[in-house]
Structures are given as structure tokens and as C-alpha cells.
Design a binder for this molecule. Structure first.
Ligand SMILES: [Cu+2]
Length: 120
């Protein structure tokens, strides 16, 4: 599993590689429970980022990300209690809203804001 994941990330890194611009993707961990989202960081550099959703709660949770003013929604699948989901998400400069899309969860507090910086 870990090896397959590392292989997949390597392929993604190679596909996204630009000569002279080799760079590891940023990383963001999101801890979910009833009913909050806690981000491992409040800001991150623009570019591809590995986003992980760790469900520390008892109910399933998912994660959506959308840049304020944008229309594209990145999604991490519904994740069961105790499980970890991961996706590589392209992040553009600006502010992103993050939330859980299960019924009622956003209104109960499962929302957060992430700033994406221009600088590296
Ligand atoms: Cu939720």
C-alpha cells in the first residue's frame, strides 16, 4: 500500500515536472471529528499539494476544497472513522474554503479557510 502510494506520487511528480523547477509538493493534513476541521497549517505555497484527511471522529467525513471566487471543487472521498484519505490537489494563489459535505456537517462547524501564498 505504502509502496503503491509512493509509486503513484512519483508518477504524479514526474508528470508535473518542469525542467529547473523540481520541487516536492506541499503537504496539508486535515483532522476531522464531530464537528470540526483542524488544519496542520493556515497557509501553504501555491502548486500541487498532497492533502490528507484523517478522521479522528466516530462518524464518516469527507473533505471538499474550493478557491474563493473559483468554481472547481477538489474532493477527498468519504472516510470512515480512524481512516486516512489522500489526494494531490493543485492549489492556486488565494483563499480556499474547506468543508465536509455530509448533510449538516458544514453548518455544525466542519469548515475552515486556507491561504495559498504566491511565494515558495
Ligand atoms: Cu463530516
Amino acid at each position: 500500500m505504502a509502496r503503491a502510494l509512493a509509486g503513484a506520487l512519483l508518477v504524479l511528480a514526474m508528470l508535473g515536472a518542469v525542467p529547473g523547477e523540481a520541487r516536492a509538493p506541499g503537504r496539508l493534513m486535515v483532522l476531522a471529528d464531530e464537528h470540526s476541521l483542524i488544519l496542520s497549517r493556515q497557509s501553504i505555497a501555491r502548486g500541487p499539494a498532497v492533502v490528507q484527511l484523517m478522521n479522528r471522529g466516530e462518524d464518516p467525513h469527507d473533505l471538499k476544497l474550493r478557491r474563493i471566487g473559483g468554481s472547481r471543487v477538489a474532493a477527498l472521498a468519504e472516510t470512515r472513522s480512524g481512516a486516512l484519505s489522500e489526494a494531490e490537489v493543485p492549489l492556486y494563489t488565494g483563499r480556499y474554503r474547506l468543508w465536509c459535505s455530509l448533510p449538516g456537517h458544514r453548518a455544525l462547524g466542519m469548515r475552515a479557510t486556507l491561504r495559498v501564498r504566491r511565494a515558495r
